[in-house]
Design a protein around this ligand. Sequence first.
Ligand SMILES: [Zn+2]
Ligand SMILES: [Zn+2]
Length: 253
Amino acid sequence: MSYCPVCKIRSDYEYDIALSNGEYLHYSCVLLLQMRKHEIETALRSQKSQFILSLFAPTEVEQQDVAAKTEIEDLRAKFAKVESILSEIYDYLPCWPPDWDERKQEIISENGSICSYCEEEEDVYLLHDIPVFEGGTNALDNLTLICAECYRNMYHEGDIFGTATLKPSQSEFLKEFSAIQSAIESSQKIQFNYKKPSDKRWKTRVVRPERLFNIPNNRESGETLCVEGFCELRGDTRVFALERMQALEVIED
Ligand SMILES: [Zn+2]
Ligand SMILES: [Zn+2]
């Protein structure tokens, strides 16, 4: 039997979130906490601006609207509490947590933007030491910064990011995946229509594919299936997400 870590009421595993520490969390409990955090944030912001206004333009502000400093302190304490409960839950979420970017910033502000493999100062990605699907947590001690170069090298060594096999959750890309794989093996090019989120129109790309791989994302799917190859339009190596392709075909040289 399991009890929700937030409300301590019995949780029913069928409808709850299975955390990686074995607990079951009510979905409604985490939503309520997130709403509470947002509420306090909003209150804190308006109290702060009232307080500042009262310092510089005391006549503009009704005295009773001005929160005493202690009220702001009080809100800050509440905020810290909600945030720490949420962050503990996020540690054990079975996916990339909503505060992934904050976690990355926290590690960077402590250790610098330094790759933990080559120890160079670089643009870095955040990754799990032990992957979530193998029971790893999102706690800071299971997170590592890595640069693009090391990320690629590790992939080629055979690897912690998944191989170029299609995962069951990616079966919708089966057709594209096998077409690209055969193009890689026979050194043929592929042609497809592609639209980045920032693009207004579809563009036709001709690419000589080199490898298929997964990039971690923050969405439910956890990973985005991508192909890397030489793009004739850009005259350079580029990465393309299979989910943004249309009308893919293998073409003759
Ligand atoms: Zn609950
Ligand atoms: Zn590196």
